[in-house]
Design a protein around this ligand. Structure first.
Ligand code: AQP
Length: 335
């Protein structure tokens, strides 16, 4: 079976619709066809200010949401990144392999550091893609299901994997990105040219899957739409309506053209009402299941512990191979 690896940061009280449609929906599907490893990347979330109490809560909430969204701990490995110290060890190797200029070209770093300002930009934010490369190649993953915003980081991972292999012999699997055509970039409902994001300045355009259905219904009904009345997919001219068509189509079995036909001549109000209801119907049971799972923290802890046990075996085997091929002297008694 080919292997899959992906991760998500515990940086908010809830995942948003973009996280689900861009990434987690694919994670769920791939657990049946691949040897799948999914992690809550808590170390990545240290690149911005941390509230220790929130960090613990959000990590557990992340695991609960992943399970409620359809990950089955019996069919995939769910774990927490900081439980596997080999991530940091391989990350150092990646840092020594990557060029400073190469890392400086990452657009996410450029955007986020520009927003934060140089005093609040951490070195960790700069080296983030190198830790991500380590996350992926530590598991010798063939596929990495992510949203469009991560494409450049996966390209960097591939370059580093190829570089390592050509310098030190075939060691790391060079992964392929797995990015859907539809849903890979869900946009903010109030600014439909920007991606929906946990760190958006305003939450009014972000659909949080753990929010009460009535809140999300209201947000969708107030989504910014475009001039005109026709419900047609046109990302350049109608980014707001196109975003809502993508959301409706991804949550139901309706294609773009079926949606266009269904709402032909009906106007935006009816259409937004239907999208709002579809989102509420889809996520309401998932919200309930997440909240239920969170009442049993010891059960979640067991799942996380079992995940770490499985992940560690793979991680240690890769790291040992990497160290050996780099010529690092083995610790006496560990050869
Ligand atoms: N708007 C989006 N549309 C599609 N996919 C998205 N992803 C994120 N936003 C969208 C995908 O979700 C996965 C997990 O994301 P993450 O938590 O690791 O980091 P992120 O991309 O930084 O998420 P946010 O919400 O945008 O957080 P901030 O505000 O911190 O930048 C990834 O696969 C990502 O592609």
């Amino acid at each position: 079976m080919k292997r899959v690896l992906s991760g998500i940061q515990p940086t908010a009280d809830s995942f948003h619709l973009g996280n689900y449609l861009g990434a987690i929906k694919q994670w769920v599907a791939l657990q049946d066809t691949h040897d799948a490893f999914y992690c809550v990347v808590d170390l990545h979330s240290l690149t911005v200010d941390v509230d220790p109490k929130l960090m613990t809560e959000r990590t557990l909430k992340s695991v609960a949401q992943l399970i409620a969204l359809g990950l089955d701990p019996n069919r995939c490995t769910i774990f927490v990144q900081s439980h596997i110290h080999q991530h940091n060890q391989l990350a150092w190797i990646m840092e020594c392999l990557a060029g400073f200029g190469e890392a400086s070209r990452m657009t996410q770093f450029k955007d986020k550091s520009q927003k934060a300002g140089s005093d609040r930009t951490t070195v960790g934010l700069f080296t983030y893609p190198l830790l991500q490369a380590a996350d992926i190649m530590l598991y010798q993953a063939n596929l990495v299901p992510v949203g469009e915003d991560q494409r450049q980081h996966i390209e960097l991972t591939r370059d580093l994997g190829q570089r390592f292999n050509s310098r030190y012999g075939d060691t790391l699997v060079v992964p392929e990105p797995y990015i859907m055509k539809a849903g890979a970039k869900i946009n903010d409902l109030q600014d439909p040219t920007a991606k929906m994001s946990k760190s958006a300045a305003s939450q009014s355009g972000v659909i949080d899957i753990l929010d009460e259905p009535s809140i999300n219904i209201k947000k969708i009904k107030s989504a910014v739409t475009d001039t005109g009345r026709e419900v047609t997919f046109d990302e350049a001219e109608k980014p707001g309506i196109s975003n809502l068509i993508t959301i409706l189509s991804s949550l139901t079995s309706k294609s773009q053209s079926e949606i266009e036909k269904e709402f032909s001549g009906k106007g935006y109000g009816d259409f937004k009402g239907e999208v709002a209801q579809a989102v509420a119907d889809y996520f309401s049971p998932i919200r309930n299941r997440s909240l239920e799972l969170l009442t049993s923290k010891s059960e979640l802890a067991e799942i996380i512990k079992a995940g770490a046990k499985k992940a560690e075996v793979v991680a240690e085997a890769t790291l040992a191979k990497v160290y050996k091929n780099l010529g690092l002297l083995p610790r006496k008694g560990s050869e």
